[in-house]
Design a protein around this ligand. Sequence first.
Ligand SMILES: NC(=O)c1ccc[n+]([C@@H]2O[C@H](COP(=O)([O-])OP(=O)(O)OC[C@H]3O[C@@H](n4cnc5c(N)ncnc54)[C@H](OP(=O)(O)O)[C@@H]3O)[C@@H](O)[C@H]2O)c1
Length: 213
Amino acid sequence: MKTAIVLGASGGLGSAIASILAEEYTVIGTHHGKEHPEIRNVTWKALDLADASSVKRFCEGISSVDVLVDTVAAPLKVQRFHQIPLQAFQEDYAINVLHPLLLLQTLLPKFTKNGSAIFVLSEMIYETPAFFSSYAISKYALLGLVKSLGAELKEVRVNGVAPGMMDTKYIKTLPAFVKEQYAKAKGLVKPEKVAQAVKKLIDSETRGEVVRV
Ligand SMILES: NC(=O)c1ccc[n+]([C@@H]2O[C@H](COP(=O)([O-])OP(=O)(O)OC[C@H]3O[C@@H](n4cnc5c(N)ncnc54)[C@H](OP(=O)(O)O)[C@@H]3O)[C@@H](O)[C@H]2O)c1
């Protein structure tokens, strides 16, 4: 059976993706906190994307990989630009971009033929609201990563998805009225719908594409 790695499989979107992929793949799911859901055919490994040594240890335990899906994001910071300390930008960049990039780089030789890597961006790359600068910057960086690696890598097809708001624990710090307004205007996106889009990209031949969901 082929192997899929789902980074952040303990999360709302990650668990939906892991569940779909588990029908076809042996799935290695990562969690950061102490808890993770039980999903059939998913084995669990701890991973801290804030820590490069955790990435190295994780990669040492992987012998071969067909699919990599990164759904991890650092805790959401909703703040005015001038109030965000540099350290917070650095944390978001490390967890959302730099260490996933290190992980992909380290695993490259272990990808099987026609391997696939999917990164989760956000619809904020199309409509960028105020007060999310650190998060948005990291998602734009992922757009650059998908586009450049989509053009460059032969061994792995790199693509992305850009979801709208999903009702997961990720947005628990948002004021209720923000969620309500969004739900009324656009409708919340179901993680299962995003998971279907991820599976479609994995099964396609595309490279360097970002699908808005
Ligand atoms: N929710 C939304 O409205 C929305 C909208 C657009 C895009 N997105 C994107 O969708 C992706 C998934 O979000 P979600 O809503 O499923 O969030 P979620 O439920 O909060 O899941 C986030 C995942 O990231 C893991 N994680 C957090 N910090 C980590 C770290 N330092 N190292 C390794 N793993 C870490 C969490 O692990 P634990 O559970 O073990 O702590 C969890 O598995 C993210 O990239 C997010 O930016 C979300």
